[in-house]
Structures are given as C-alpha cells and as structure tokens.
Design a binder for this molecule. Structure first.
Ligand code: ADP
Ligand code: MG
Length: 697
C-alpha cells in the first residue's frame, strides 16, 4: 500500500470507482463515455462545464434582451404555421409586460397538437431578432413548469449519443455521493499554496454554482474555484511534459564528435557570413549533440532569420558522424524547397539527399527507399511520409522538424520512437517560424530546450504594409502593373480560410483569370494545393527565374518559399487569417534589398477587433510582438491556426488569462517531481485523458 493509500484508506475516496457503478449506465453508454475519456467517478467530476446559464428566475417578456438566454413564461395566445421561405410553427407568448414569438422550423404533428391545446408555457432559449420582432428559435419548453432552478445551470461539452441531460444526471449522482461523504483524494501539504479551497469544494462549485455567484465571473473564469482548478490543470500538463523530459535524459543517443572540415566547407558554400545569432544557435546545437542523451531543442526564429542554414549545419554535422538526418516539412512545397536548397549545398560536399513524399510512387519510391535503407542518402527530406512503416533508415542520428507548430506533442513522440535503434534515439531539432510567446513556450514546450535566432541577416529592407478596402481593387491592380513593368515581382494571395481547399483553389483560379484579363501584358502564374508537385515546382522555378511576374497563390506559399526578387504582395481577405499566418505570408517578401510593399485587401465593413488586428500588421514587422498581440486578441487556439494543430486544449485553464500562475506552477512542479512523485501522478491522472500516452517516451 502506498503512502497515499495508507494515509487516506480511512477516507471514502471515489477516484477509482468505475462509472458503471452509477445508476442507468449499461455497457453501451459506458462505451460511449469511455470514448470521451470518462471511465471513473473522478472522470465524471473532471468533465467540466463549458459555460453556464441562469435559469433561476423568470424574465418579464417586456424586458427580454437580445442574445441572452432567458426563462420566459406566459399565455399562449396563438399557434400557427407560417409559410415564409421556410415553413415554421410560430407560438405567440404573452404576459403582462409584452409579447414574443417562439419559432420552430422542425416540429412534429404531436408537438403542434400539444402547443395548440396548451394555454400556458415556460420556455428557455436565446432571444434573437426574427420576422416578427424578438423571437426565440427552438426553445426548450414545458407546459407544466416546476420549481425554478436554484443554482446556475452548467452546459457541458457533449458528443453524439451523450446528451446534456445525461451528463447532468451523472454529475448529480456523483455530487450526491460527495454530499454523503465520498471525496476526491487530497493532494497533500504541498498544495497549501493553492489557497484554502480544497478540491472537493472547488469541483462541487463549478458543477453547481449557487445563484449568488455572478454569471459574469464564471464566464470570465475568475471565480476562485475555477482558478483553483485551472492551476491544477496547467500543473498537470506541465508535469507531464517535465516527465517526458526527465525520461529523455535517461535515454541514450549518439554523442557526436566535433564538426570538422566538411562543416566548415558548408559555411563556405553558403555565400554569406552567418549572423551572430545563427552562430550562437549552431553552437548550442553542437553542444547538445555531443552528449550521450538525445537533444530535444526548439529553434525559434522570425520569418527569414535563416533557420534553414541551421538545419543544414546540423545535418552535415550528423553526416560527419556517419549518421543520417531526416528533415520533415509540413507541406510538399516546403519539403521540395528544402530538397532543392539542401541538394545544392550538400552535393559539392559529397552528401546525397533523398526525397520522399506521399506523391512519390512506384519505381521512384523504391529507388528513394533504397537510398535511405542502404545509408547512401545522408540526408532525407520529405513530408510526414518519411515516417511511414516501409521507410527504413540505416542509421538515423538526427530528426529535424520544420515549422513545428503543425505537429503536436504526440507526433513528436511518435517520431522519436521511429528513430529508435538498439535502444538509442536520434537527436531532435524542431524549428518554428511562428514565434511563440514566452507564456506558451513555457507551458507547451516544457519538454524542450529552446534557442532563439533573434537577428535577421543584414541588408533586408523593411516592408511597408497598407490596409485597403477591396472596393479599391482596381487601384491596387494598376499599382502592381506599373511595379511589374519596372521589373518587380509580386504575389497575389487568395485566402478562404474557412472553406475547403477545393474552394480555395477555385478562388485562386478565378482571380488569376480576372487578373489576366486586366493585365494582358504581365505574365501571370497560378499555384495552389491541388496541383501536382511537379506542376508546383515548375511554376516556382519560373517565378524564381523571373519568367512569371505575378504569382497568384493560395496559402500554400505560406512557409518556406524564398524568392528574394519578389517585393510586392497582395493578400485578399486578410481579416480572416490569424496574425501569425499573415506575418508568415508577408515574410515571403522583403527578402532582398528592394523596398517591399504588402497590401492587405480587406472586405468592408471591418469589425473593431479586425481593425485592431490589421493595424498591428501595419505597425509591426516583429514576429514575436505580433504573436503576443495575436495571443491577446484571439487566444492560443487560434494563434496556431487549427484546433487540431496539436496545441493542448485545456478544459478550464486559459493560457493567457492564467499565465500569471506559470512561475508558481514551474516551482511547484519542480518540487513535486523531486519530493512527491505520487502526488504528481495523481494530478496527471485527473486531468490528462491518456496520461500513459503523454508520459511514455
Ligand atoms: P527562415 O528562417 O524563414 O526559414 P531561410 O532559412 O529560408 O529563413 O532564410 C531566408 C533567406 O535568407 C534565404 O534566402 C537564405 O539563403 C538567406 N540567409 C540565411 N542566412 C543568411 C545570412 N547569414 N546572411 C545572408 N543571407 C542569409
Ligand atoms: Mg524556413
């Protein structure tokens, strides 16, 4: 029996009891719950509400306000079918203060009969402006109202097959058990610094907030109970990352010898001097790789700071130690750009590069796989196709992941495993072009060391950014024409971020067509994600040599594309993109010594937030500053583009709101890992759905 169990054996804890012990849960529902990570009573309690509604009082109809969830009740004065664009059932509800319509677009005959017969109704729903003034669409309703709720009503995240009411009833059963004396295990004395609120009261409160608690406080996540839980949740993530790191330190890798002449020759091949920042980071990497434990380093650098050079140096270092390097890029186009660059730099040094993507098939694929398996290829470049089963490395010493924010922690771990040979893991270098605010680095990348290239190569000229409404499109086109006639090259970027890739490509095709009509004398090219990689690289090559003057593109050019002569960029619908992404796109220009211009061609009207965001782009060209602003304005999920981007989704914590806790979290994590591993495990079990995956290396 462990220290915890013995200390708390007398307490009636409910942490490990299976959810199947609750009433009304059979194997079928149990399986569904398991899918969302609910296995135990503790899991039920840590399935936290997304938001709350106040159903504790009835609002007089005359005082109903827009966009509020309200409880209303009154006499039913009519119930009719309305034939508008869509047929609907409309119930008019009236009390002493006013009248409102309830509208149902979907309804059954039975519902209609009931509503026609009834004379009184209570309903709950969100007030909106409809055809007849204020209306509620599809309210929840009852004709026989019971007592009003006495606490605020939590709204839970639900999935298919598990309804809101089902979750509420499960939570209620577990809370009832707590009222009868069952408890969550306490965390021990280290947690005194979390304040007086113990976990049991905090949990009870967030599931069942008394009506005295201000809804706005809960909505902002500022209630002490929420803060208590947010702290613990962030701590759990931090702990799991730290454990990953600790395990890494026990693993073996390949201690590299110091770089020799090949490395130095590579620097000679670049044709420029390394910046001081590049030298500093290169040395940090050399040191890491000289150790017998695997390197795990994040290299951050603004767009154009020269990260590719850093990758090449590390790859050559690996090659000198007779080990292979795998370089993985998130898109085919970027992988290809790297392949061209690397081949050019490394071929003179006698190092062969192999190339692999999902689109490399048949004989070509067999040939590349052979290069990789025999070790003839010292450097292998590709997309995530590099980590398919049939790709076998001879002896992989280093894995480099470019533009890493698109891969999550789990993918990082999977890659590491792929490279394991005879109990040794390759070194790993992760490069990101999206500068990550310090807050996020500390919490999301606690498993890595980090380097920053905080200097751009000399001779870059600043980019002038203007924000222009798309009704002045013709002026912009004229401007492009005259610039191209003077020898400039330009990008025209079409973005449709919410739509499918197909639509995005269509938009680019249409735009290219229009521009060709307007500018018959300018040579216009088109590039998008649905072209074959051969087509894409041909277009890029033509743009590079200047044969194409104006390149219409989708966001495929977001990363990695490097054509120094391109000095103009028009971005359509910039209001729909994240600032980090805009910054990336804009980073395609301003790479040479020609003065560069970026036009953000928005579609009016522009909301307040969008205005604020676009003006950040106009005022700054500093990726770190822009990322901080984006984080402030839009939050971390958005900053990284997509919800699937691998960034942790917290249940209650909010990285920005709660960042003031991070220092305390780090200290406490240190302490727990040194003195109380069991407590650390307890916390991770609570918060991380699959802690076993997170801590496995
Ligand atoms: P990013 O950090 O965005 O990946 P790249 O590695 O693509 O940047 O570098 C951008 C451009 O700057 C490339 O054309 C590269 O050759 C050039 N470059 C990199 N380092 C230097 C340097 N020290 N001096 C001059 N040019 C450099
Ligand atoms: Mg790059």
């Amino acid at each position: 029996m462990s220290a915890y169990d013995s200390a708390q054996a007398t307490l009636n804890t409910l942490d490990k009891e299976a959810v199947l012990s609750l009433k009304g849960i059979g194997p079928a529902l149990g399986a569904k719950l398991e899918k969302v990570g609910i296995r135990t009573l503790q899991d039920v309690l840590f399935h936290l509400p997304l938001r709350y509604e106040d159903r504790t009082f009835v609002t007089p109809i005359g005082q109903a306000a827009l966009s509020r969830q309200l409880v209303l009740e009154g006499k039913v004065i009519s119930c009719k079918i309305a034939f508008g664009r869509r047929r609907s059932l409309v119930v008019e509800l009236q009390d002493d203060t006013g009248r409102i319509s309830l509208r149902f677009f979907h309804f059954s005959k039975m519902q209609q009969n009931l509503l026609e017969k009834t004379s009184f109704l209570r309903c709950i729903g969100e007030v909106r402006r409809g055809a007849s003034g204020f209306e509620i669409y599809h309210p929840e309703y009852t004709t026989k109202p019971q007592a009003l709720e006495t606490t605020l009503t939590p709204i839970y995240p639900v999935t298919e097959g598990i309804t809101q009411n089902r979750i509420r009833s499960l939570v209620k059963q577990v809370l009832d058990l707590m009222n009868q004396g069952r408890v969550l295990r306490k965390l021990g004395s280290q947690f005194s610094e979390l304040g007086d609120l113990d976990i049991n009261s905090a949990i009870a409160l967030v599931h069942n907030p008394p009506k005295e608690v201000a809804l706005s406080e809960l909505e902002d996540g500022n209630h002490p109970a929420q803060q208590r839980l947010a702290f613990e949740e962030m701590l759990s993530h931090h702990l799991s990352m730290r454990l990953i790191r600790q395990k890494m330190l026990n693993l073996k890798s390949y201690p590299y010898n110091k770089p020799t002449s090949v490395y130095k020759n590579l620097i000679g091949n670049f044709g420029f001097e390394l910046t001081a920042a590049q030298r500093k980071v290169a040395v940090e990497i050399q040191k890491d790789m000289s150790k017998a434990t695997p390197m795990l380093r994040l290299v951050q650098g603004d767009v154009g700071s020269g990260k590719t050079v850093i990758a090449a140096l590390a790859a050559v270092h690996s090659s000198e130690n007779l080990l292979q390097t795998a370089i993985m890029a998130p898109t085919e186009l970027l992988a290809e750009q790297h392949f061209l660059n690397f081949s050019q730099w490394l071929a003179p040094l006698g190092i062969t590069c192999a190339w692999l993507s999902g689109k490399v098939k048949g004989k070509k694929r067999i040939k590349e796989l052979d290069l990789i398996a025999t070790g003839e290829a010292g450097v292998v470049i590709g997309t995530h196709a590099l980590f398919q089963k049939d790709v076998i490395f001879k002896d992989l010493g280093l894995v480099i992941i470019d533009e890493q924010h698109r891969f999550g922690v789990h993918q990082r771990l999977a890659l590491r495993e792929k490279g394991e040979i005879n109990g040794r893991l390759p070194h790993q270098l992760v490069m990101t072009a999206t500068p990550i605010p310090r807050t996020l680095t500390m919490s999301l990348y606690a498993d890595m060391d980090s380097s920053i290239i905080d200097e751009l190569p000399p001779g870059r000229s600043p980019i002038t950014t203007t924000v222009i409404a798309d009704n002045r499109r013709d002026d912009v086109i004229d401007h492009i024409e005259s610039a191209c006639n003077k020898g400039a090259q330009a990008y025209w970027v079409c973005t449709l971020i919410d739509e499918s890739e197909v639509l995005q490509c269509q938009a680019a095709e249409t735009t290219a067509q229009h521009l060709k009509e307007f500018l018959p004398k300018i040579s216009i090219g088109l590039i998008h994600g649905r072209m074959t990689s051969k087509e894409k690289s041909e277009i890029m090559a033509q743009f590079k040599t200047g044969k194409i003057q104006l390149l219409v593109a989708t966001t495929v050019i977001e990363v990695g594309v490097d054509v120094p002569n391109a000095s103009l960029m028009v971005i359509e619908n910039p209001e729909r993109l994240g600032l980090a992404q805009l910054h990336q796109l804009r980073g395609r220009i301003g790479r040479g010594d020609i003065k560069s211009f970026c036009v953000l061609l928005y579609h009016p009207p522009l909301g307040h937030v969008s205005k604020q965001r676009l003006s950040v782009m106009r005022e700054s060209q500093d990726g770190f500053f822009i990322a901080e602003k984006d984080l402030e304005i839009r939050g971390p999920g958005e900053l990284f583009g997509s919800r699937q981007s691998g960034v942790v989704q917290f249940r209650i914590a909010d990285l920005l709101r709660d960042s003031h806790m991070l220092d305390r979290i780090r200290n406490l994590a240190d302490n727990l890992l040194k003195t109380d591993r069991e407590c650390a495990q307890l916390i991770m079990d609570r918060w991380l759905h699959q802690p076993e995956i997170l801590v496995q290396v």
